[in-house]
Design a protein around this ligand. Structure first.
Ligand code: DGL
Length: 263
């Protein structure tokens, strides 16, 4: 049955699990397969051609595994490769982009910040969105250099991350931002720390919930929502150690499987 086939999700590593959590919360009967391409993380400093070929490799593998829909749970891969994936593959493909629009609509100080990878901030898709959504709004873009490798190692709530975040937030608070957009699927894991560092008047915005809602809409539109009423199957594949996935998904350990695989 097409409906009960899994949703395929990929990221350059463990970050897209923040999206998986939103998918699982909104669509609890869907089977899922997750690829953490941690051996190639970070994607943020790779060339556009490399990001495209890694995204094709991940999508092909998920399709071979029988997925009915693909979620590119990586801003860097989405902003650099999604149109190519959509042209190449005949399957619904959902991406994740920095939530500039909601931040631009809500800001009162007319100043917002975005923390993302170099690959996302340099992409033409991002610059088009920034032009469309943030007219007359000041946008402070900061590359989160060094954050993804630390999160990949599981060093989420550490002094090293604290030092980096404090540095990255500085130019944003100098510009009186009132919304901080998290433009990388790894960064929601930094929210507890960011909440300690940021002044109270700054709201953090990430795209996870919006991606889950969009996924539900696309499943309904394509009539491929799962009919499964049993416990769904969730398989996570990583091409490096399983350590960080186990740590980030500890709460779900009885209902998921984490495996090592070469890809
Ligand atoms: N999680 C990724 C993103 O959303 C990729 C980070 C990276 O590999 O540089 O951009």
């Amino acid at each position: 049955m097409m409906n009960n086939k899994p949703i395929g999700i990929f990221d350059s590593g463990v970050g897209g699990t923040s999206i998986w959590k939103e998918i699982n919360a909104l669509l609890p009967f869907e089977n899922t397969i997750y690829l953490a391409d941690s051996a190639n993380a970070p994607y943020g400093y790779k060339s556009v051609d490399e990001i495209i070929s890694l995204s094709i490799k991940n999508t092909e593998l998920l399709m071979q595994m029988g997925c009915k829909l693909i979620i590119v749970a990586c801003n860097t891969a989405t902003t650099n490769a999604i149109s190519i994936l959509r042209n190449k593959f005949d399957i619904p493909i959902i991406g994740i982009e920095p939530a500039l629009k909601p931040a631009a609509l809500k800001t009162k100080t007319k100043s917002i910040g975005i923390l993302a990878t170099q690959g996302t901030l340099m992409s033409s898709l991002f610059s088009v969105s920034a032009k469309v959504f943030t007219k007359k709004i000041q946008i402070t873009e900061v590359i989160g250099e060094g954050l993804v490798p630390l999160i990949e190692e599981g060093k989420v709530d550490t002094k090293e991350i604290n030092i980096l975040l404090t540095k990255y937030i500085q130019p944003m608070t100098n510009n009186n931002i009132d919304h901080l957009v998290l433009g990388c699927s790894h960064y929601p894991y930094l929210i507890p720390l960011l909440e300690k560092i940021l002044p109270n008047n700054i709201t953090i915005i990430d795209s996870g919930e919006a991606v889950a809602k969009q996924t539900r809409n696309v499943l309904i539109k394509n009539k491929i929502l799962s009919k499964n009423k049993n416990k769904p199957e969730h398989i996570f594949y990583t091409n490096t150690s399983t350590f960080t996935l186990e740590m980030l998904l500890k709460k779900y350990s009885s209902s998921i499987v984490i495996k090592n695989k070469k890809f």
